[in-house]
Design a binder for this molecule. Structure first.
Ligand SMILES: *Cc1c(COP(=O)(O)O)cnc(C)c1O
Length: 219
């Protein structure tokens, strides 16, 4: 099937409250344009330079989501245009995003990444670190970021029970902080689920799925 057919098929199965991020990392612009022409406006990339190049070349009504691990010294290259940063996993990174957002006279939406997998390779905060950030004075004084939810990645495994356990854990953390409503905290998005596990993620409460290979083909 073509990219547009894949996209429309997946979209037709998603509940109304679930946002689709089309993960276009490593794919050439004509592939992204095919998805764009089929109506897709949210794209996810995991390298800042690649995302910036695509942003420059493509229509300006696209929302660009940074889904990869972010190095502090590279925030400045996306601060002008990024719509949502999924993988925020430290106060230091938040401070830099806040600083660069201020320079660009804007507020940047962020998700805090929670570590839910059993693999050592995945980034993210544990529950204690999350609560430390949310309670810290430094965080509460930031004016140019907004935390709009949480993001997580399950273990890469065929064990559905394991994945379900991890997604359910993330959802319970998400629910546990719902009482935190302020200028800089409005926790409405739960970003979990990729090509292999998005249906399960939605069953577990995901409101945002990040799908790459099922739309654009393997990488
Ligand atoms: C690559 C990537 C995805 C998409 O993965 P697919 O299996 O191709 O759907 C989702 N989330 C993150 C963080 C990624 O890096």
């Amino acid at each position: 099937m073509s990219i547009s057919q894949n996209l429309l098929k997946i979209k037709s199965t998603l509940p109304e409250n679930v946002t689709l991020v089309a993960v276009s990392k490593t794919k050439p612009i004509p592939d992204l344009m095919e998805a764009y022409d089929a109506g897709q406006r949210i794209f996810g990339e995991n390298k800042i330079q690649e995302m910036a190049d695509k942003w420059e070349a493509m229509p300006k009504d696209i929302e660009w989501h940074m889904i990869g691990h972010v190095q502090t010294n590279k925030v400045k290259f996306m601060a002008q245009f990024v719509s949502l940063i999924h993988g925020v996993d430290s106060l230091k990174l938040l401070e830099e995003i806040n600083k660069q957002a201020k320079k660009n006279n804007r507020i940047i939406d962020c998700l805090l990444q929670i570590y839910i997998a059993e693999e050592e390779t995945k980034f993210g905060l544990d529950e204690e670190e999350l609560n430390e950030i949310l309670a810290s004075a430094t965080f509460q004084e930031m004016k140019n970021i907004r935390i709009v939810g949480l993001m997580g990645m399950a273990t890469f495994t065929d064990n559905q029970e394991q994945i379900k356990k991890e997604f359910t854990h993330l959802k319970s953390i998400f629910d546990s902080i719902q009482n935190l409503k302020s200028e800089i905290c409005n926790l409405k998005s739960l970003s979990m689920g990729m090509s292999g596990d998005y249906q399960l993620a939605i069953e577990c409460g995901s409101t945002m799925v990040r799908i790459g290979s099922s739309i654009f083909g393997g990488r």
